[in-house]
Design a protein around this ligand. Sequence first.
Ligand code: HEM
Length: 409
Amino acid sequence: VGESTYDGGLFVPQPARPDTEGGALPARRRHAFPLGAAVTLEQLSDDPHPVLRRLRELEPVSWLPALDAWLVTRHDLASAAMRDARTFTVQDERFSTGRVVGQSMLSLDGDEHARHRAPFAAPFRAAEVDRRFGEAVSSEARRLVRALARGGPGAELRRGFAGPLAAVTMTRALGLDGREVAEVLGWYDGIVASVTAISAGESPTAAGEEAYAELSARLRSVIEDTGGGSLLAAAARGSGLGTDQVAANAAVLLFGGIETTEGMIANALLMLLEQPAAQESLEAAIDESLRLEPAAAAIDRYATCATRLGPAEIAAGELVRISLTAANRDPAVFAEPDEFELRRPRRGNLAFAQGPHVCVGVHLARLEARVGIATLLAELPRVRLAAADPPRIQGLVFRKPPRLDVRWD
Ligand code: HEM
């Protein structure tokens, strides 16, 4: 896992197009949205919270030339856009993932989306996830922590614990063997490189096509092994989807559940190590870390028609980015929104999105965080951050600390 470069994932951000048109529309927009006009990608990646707060107060849907997109920062408007898939769709050919892995729930809307997603809904329900994965996640977490403990008294937990736990869990969840993780991540790297190339206006890479062909063949063999009792074989039975379609959705599940989960666990661990008293209320602390730093910070939609959202007149076809990070700190929903507060009501958190595309893996992700972190804290006495200067959570779309170095007694 340490070797994999899988940063970037499948929800790859659209490239910023230099604003060379110089026409009346860009100029008018810059004038109408002066805060948005000044925002840089560095600000959004390094320390987005101050600029997101100003945008939410003054330009809650703003035009950002740096993103070549609208940015939605208010909770009510974010929620409205996510729930209205007729107006704000994922189904657009600029969304490059669909061009590499084929159509899946991630890149469809309407009835077709429901058809692709439905077979996976039952196996990913909370009770079913506990039953299928509770023990496996716990023993994998214990195995990883014990291996770290043998090499201790210090370790880097993001690529040494959070990443491998997520990768092994998803690989096994889909019926592949835990020993295939390195291969899975190799395919992932190839696919992400291809998705990134397409986003940059280039052709899909040959290596990416080969990687997806290999992954897809491997997934199809699991799907067709009806005696195997895997989640995939179960989803495929009576689903009405072809084997290729099940494989495309499985690929999206596989990769949707690695980088995000690594970030979620790393962010939660960082906050728990900075505030050890919160370790007494683990679930609330994980929730609060998801609210303050959702590992998937933003999601993208395309306007299907000319429409109005808050102060913005959006034209058909324009990219609309919804900042889950900004919505999760909206004071209209969360009192003292920048505070890490364990007693706040548990509603309104948009870390897993909302509406038809709400994260299908949410229960498995929460299980991994809860069980993984509890195991780590129990196995490593007095685990603490190695440096006096804690690492900072960074990233434009996927946010996490670059490293999480710890020590223990
Ligand atoms: C076991 C781990 C996970 C799996 C298997 C998984 C899988 C998925 C899948 C398949 C989708 C697409 C659903 C659809 O389009 O109908 C999705 C959506 C989403 N997931 Fe997850 N996910 C996991 C963990 C996470 C984590 C840890 C986060 C963030 C903290 C996250 C955030 C999201 C968000 C924000 C969306 C909405 C994407 C959009 O609407 O554009 N997921 N997830």
